[in-house]
Design a protein around this ligand. Structure first.
Ligand SMILES: *Cc1c(COP(=O)(O)O)cnc(C)c1O
Length: 453
């Protein structure tokens, strides 16, 4: 992921702690959550003892029970999905837990999104309305279709696309809306679907961080025309690489299968065709990946429930610390997946302590954290695309110049990228004491902020 992590290695940690022991003013243990900390507690960043010196749970977690099935597949030589049946079995089970009629497994979340965009007709020269606050793959898949990712500004409270900003971005080239349930937080799908309907646009959900997240009581990935998931190594349902498309329309799902399988006809209408009636590529999942997924799927719901419970506890505590503003769920969102636990850091309440310094101080207290996504549209990839022969052919100079100006006008997203703080999903699998460590560390930094100013 393109984000900076502020996390100490074990060795750095020990060093910090021992320096702290020499330099510590106060060595007593921190009081539990809720009580005010002693103002003379020395922050770990300046040599005090960290709130937490033990590590956090590793991710992913492998279940040795799956080792036999792994070996069976390995020895069978049936590694390709059409020679085995495990990818199909996984697809049925995944569709089941998401509440979709069908699922198609793919090589990655990126290829799932590309397949969905293709079958829904996103073509060269089209425009797709996207959230700017997302993993870079969401930008890339639109570029890979030779379409223009047009950003609608972010709602800073929900971290997701602001539905009020979508309609102004629609042009006669707009074909689709690609909302992202970023960090696991569901986007405001009722509003997005209503806008799409009004303007005859298709909706593709980037649910690559939103396994089991819910909107209006339905699972993310079932709310648009097609939903896309990732099973990359860091994700909640990991298989190293992997992805899936979910949908309820058999015809569309058959087309997805075809596209991901070299364009070969598939499904009910397959007998109407011969040879290669469609374009396509190879975006298939391997049987080995399905073994991992079938095993990992056993823990998905339990993990999700644990993360939810811990996130709710953090919500209730962190909101009481000045300058810490936990995420808000979008209207209609009923459950987040917490791929990250996000809040906004308002440095004004910390007497101007820069976020960078806050993050360093929090890591030093033993709490891994990240600043999250930056304003990636300034990183160079937009110009690299717009200056390519293809884009100059497909879009007028006027459109591309106007587009460049639009990139400078995403004030809410710009501000969010300056204020966001993320905690990682594996931390939310801990117990109440682990959550108290997080709260205590932030509270300690707040109360002792002058040590860093
Ligand atoms: C991980 C991710 C993707 C891409 O998935 P890969 O499996 O890594 O290709 C797309 N969008 C978002 C929001 C993601 O987090």
């Amino acid at each position: 992921m393109t984000m900076k992590k502020y996390n100490f290695t074990r060795r750095q940690f020990i060093a910090t702690t021992s320096v702290g022991a020499i330099g510590a003013i106060v060595t007593h243990r921190l009081p539990s959550v809720g009580k005010s900390l002693n103002v003379s507690d020395k922050l770990a960043l300046v040599g005090g003892s960290p709130v937490r010196s033990s590590g956090w749970m590793d991710w992913p977690v492998w279940d040795p029970e799956a080792e036999d099935s792994m070996l069976t597949v390995l020895r069978s030589g049936k590694w390709y999905r059409e020679w085995g049946n495990l990818v199909s079995e996984f697809e049925k089970k995944y569709a089941g837990i998401i509440g979709a009629k069908r699922a198609l497994a793919t090589a990655s979340g990126t290829t799932a999104l590309e397949t969905a965009l293709h079958v829904l007709g996103v073509d060269a020269g089209d425009e797709v309305i996207v959230s700017p606050y997302t993993f870079i793959a969401t930008y890339n898949v639109v570029f890979n279709q030779k379409a223009l990712p047009v950003f609608a500004d972010t709602d800073q409270e929900t971290f997701t696309i602001n539905p009020d900003k979508i309609e102004a971005k629609i042009t006669d080239r707009t074909k689709a809306i690609l909302p992202v349930h970023i960090l696991g937080l569901p986007a405001d799908m009722n509003r997005i679907n209503a806008i799409a309907k009004k303007h005859s646009l298709v909706v593709i959900e980037d649910a690559c961080q939103a396994w089991l997240a819910e909107y209006d009581g339905k699972k993310c990935g079932t709310l648009g025309d097609l939903g896309c998931f990732s099973f990359q190594n860091s994700k909640h349902l990991p298989s190293g690489e992997g992805g899936a498309i979910t949908g309820n329309d058999d015809k569309l799902m058959d087309l997805c299968y075809s596209y991901h399988n070299c364009g070969r006809p598939y499904g009910n209408s397959a007998s109407e065709y011969s040879g290669y009636p469609f374009r396509g590529g190879n975006k298939r999942m391997m049987e080995i990946q399905a073994v991992i997924l079938l095993s990992q799927m056993k823990r998905l719901q339990k993990d999700a429930d644990k993360r939810l419970e811990n996130a709710r506890y953090l919500d209730s505590k962190l909101k009481n610390i000045p300058g810490i503003i936990p995420y808000k769920l979008a209207d209609g969102a009923t459950r987040s997946a917490y791929h990250l636990y996000p809040f906004r850091y308002k440095k004004e309440q910390f007497d101007g302590l820069p976020r960078e310094k806050f993050l360093k101080a929090l890591s030093a207290e033993g709490i891994p954290c990240s600043e999250g996504y930056g304003p990636q549209y300034n990183d160079g990839l937009m110009e690299e695309a717009l200056n390519s022969t293809g884009y100059k052919r497909l879009f007028s100079k006027q459109r591309l110049d106007a587009y460049r100006e639009e990139l400078k006008n995403l004030p809410d997203n710009d501000q969010l990228t300056r204020e966001a703080v993320w905690l990682f999903q594996n931390m939310l699998l801990g117990d109440r004491k682990d959550m108290n460590d997080i709260v205590n560390a932030i509270q300690k930094i707040f109360e002792n902020r002058e040590q860093l100013l």
